[in-house]
Design a protein around this ligand. Structure first.
Ligand SMILES: Cc1cc2nc3c(=O)[nH]c(=O)nc-3n(C[C@H](O)[C@H](O)[C@H](O)COP(=O)(O)O)c2cc1C
Ligand SMILES: O=C(O)C(=O)c1ccccc1
Length: 387
C-alpha cells in the first residue's frame, strides 16, 4: 500500500514554480518564531513555557539528536506503509495529537478545539481532546469526521463527576480514555507565575465542566450567572491524586480502552500492564510538570521493553518527521505531537495545524524512503542507536 504523505513535498515545489510559496513554515524553528510574533503574550507563554528553567523541556527535544538510525541501501522503498492499528481502528499514520488544554485559546475566535478537530478530520491524525476545552467534548468530536478521537481525563476529586465525564465521552463516540497521572497539581512554571497567568482561573477552557450535569448540580446554578463561583468549584474539584488502588474504579467507569499518560518508569509500565491497562503513554508532559528530569525519549526504550505486547504511546519533544521515526524505532506504537500543532492553530487555524501535521508526516515518510525502511515494522526492527 502506498501513501501520499511524501507528495506534500512535490506539491510545495510545484506551487513554487507558479510563484506560490508555502503559507506556513515546514520546520519547527520557523514555526515557533512565527507563533512568537503572532500569539498574545499570555497564551504564548502558557503554551511555550515549562517548569523551572525549562531544562527538561529543552532536553526532551535536544535528546532526539543523541539517537540515530543507520541507512540501508538497495531496499525497494518505492512503496511505504505508515499505517498502524490502534484501539481497534486502522490509522493512516502513527501520529496523534496530544491533549492540549488551551487548544481552544490558540485561535483568535476561542474555538481552537473545533479547529484542531477539523485538522484531525483533514489529516486522519487522531485528536486527543483534553478535559480542558472551550467547546463541549460532544461538539469537538462532531468535527473530527471519520478520524477516531480519544478523550483525556483529568480525574476530578468527585467520583460522580469523573464518571459523568467518562460516560459522556463514551456516549459521544471517543475510542479511548487517556488518564493523565502527572497533573493533579500544576508544576512550578515561572513564566506563568511571573505574570500571574493561569487561564483556567479566568474561566477559560472549562466548558466540559460547565456543561456537565453533575458539575451543574454541585454548583446549584448556571455557571454563566456566577462565573466566579463556578471557577472556584472547579478549583476545588480539579485534581484527584490517583494511586494504583484507583485503577479498578477507573476500569469500572468504561468499556473503552484505558491509557495511562505519564508512565516513564519500567516498573510502573509493568505494573500497569499487570493491572490490565490497555496502553501506556510515556510522556513527561513536555517538561511542564517536573523540571530536572531525563528527556522522555531516553526513557522510552525501557518502558517499551517492560510493556511487552501492550501498545506504548509517546510524546514530549517531537518536533519533526525524523523525531517521529526515531520514536518508532525505539518502540513507540504511536507518536504524539504537542506544541507544534498549537503553534499551527495560532498561525492559521485548522488549515495551518493540518499543514504542520502534513509536514511532519511528509518528512517521516521521506526519511523512511531514503533510509531503506518501507514499513514501520522495518523501522522498529532496525532500532536506533545512541551516537
Ligand atoms: C499548553 C499545553 C497544555 C497542555 N494541556 C494538557 C492537558 O490538558 N492534558 C494533558 O494530559 N496534557 C497536556 N499537555 C501535555 C501534552 O499532552 C504533551 O504531553 C506535551 O505537549 C508534549 O510535549 P511537547 O509539546 O513539547 O512535545 C499540555 C501541553 C501544553 C504545551
Ligand atoms: O497546562 C498544562 O500542561 C496542563 O495540562 C494543566 C491543566 C490543568 C491544571 C494545570 C496544568
Amino acid at each position: 500500500m502506498n501513501n501520499h504523505f511524501g507528495d506534500y513535498q512535490n506539491a510545495i515545489y510545484l506551487a513554487g514554480l507558479g510563484g506560490v510559496l508555502p503559507k506556513y513554515p515546514v520546520d519547527f524553528a520557523t514555526l515557533k518564531a512565527r507563533a512568537e510574533a503572532a500569539m498574545p503574550p499570555a497564551i504564548l507563554h502558557y503554551v511555550q513555557g515549562g517548569c523551572g528553567d525549562e531544562y527538561t523541556q529543552d532536553r526532551n527535544a535536544l535528546a532526539f539528536h543523541d539517537w540515530g538510525m543507520v541507512p540501508r541501501m538497495l531496499v525497494d522503498t518505492s512503496q511505504r506503509d505508515l499505517s498502524i492499528e490502534l484501539f481497534g481502528s486502522k490509522l493512516p499514520s502513527p501520529l496523534f495529537m496530544s491533549p492540549i488544554g488551551v487548544t481552544g485559546l490558540c485561535t483568535q475566535d476561542g474555538h481552537g478545539d473545533l479547529a484542531a478537530a477539523r485538522a484531525s478530520a483533514q489529516t486522519g491524525v487522531p485528536l486527543t481532546v483534553s478535559t480542558l476545552t472551550n467547546d463541549p467534548l460532544e461538539d469537538i468530536i462532531a468535527a473530527t469526521g471519520d478520524t477516531p478521537a480519544y478523550f483525556q481525563l483529568y480525574t476530578p476529586k468527585n467520583h460522580e463527576l469523573a464518571a459523568s465525564l467518562v460516560r459522556r465521552a463514551e456516549n459521544a463516540g471517543y475510542k479511548a480514555i487517556v488518564v493523565t497521572l502527572d497533573t493533579w497539581v500544576t508544576g512550578w512554571r515561572p513564566r506563568d507565575l511571573n505574570n500571574a497567568n493561569f487561564p483556567q482561573l479566568r474561566g477559560h477552557v472549562l466548558q466540559n465542566y460547565f456543561t456537565d450535569p453533575v458539575f451543574r448540580e454541585l454548583l446549584g446554578a448556571d455557571p454563566a450567572s456566577d462565573l466566579r463561583a463556578a471557577v472556584l468549584l472547579w478549583v476545588s474539584l480539579f485534581g484527584k491524586v490517583l494511586t494504583w488502588n484507583d485503577l479498578d474504579w477507573l476500569r469500572s467507569l468504561t468499556r473503552l480502552p484505558i491509557v495511562l499518560k505519564g508512565i516513564c518508569h519500567p516498573d510502573d509500565a509493568r505494573r500497569a500492564v499487570d493491572a490490565g491497562i490497555d496502553a501506556i503513554y510515556c510522556s513527561n508532559h513536555g517538561g511542564r510538570q517536573a523540571n530536572g528530569g531525563i528527556a522522555a525519549i531516553d526513557l522510552l526504550p525501557a518502558v517499551v521493553d517492560a510493556a511487552g505486547a501492550t501498545p506504548v504511546l509517546f510524546d514530549s519533544g517531537v518536533r519533526s518527521g525524523s523525531d517521529v521515526v526515531k520514536a518508532l524505532a525505539l518502540g513507540a506504537t504511536a507518536v504524539g505531537i504537542g506544541r507544534p500543532y498549537a503553534y499551527g492553530l495560532a498561525l492559521g487555524g485548522a488549515e495551518a495545524a493540518a499543514h504542520v501535521l502534513r509536514s511532519i508526516l511528509a518528512e517521516a515518510d521521506l526519511m523512511m524512503a531514503v533510509n531503506g525502511y518501507p514499513t514501520i515494522a522495518d523501522v522498529r526492527s532496525a532500532g536506533a542507536s545512541r551516537r
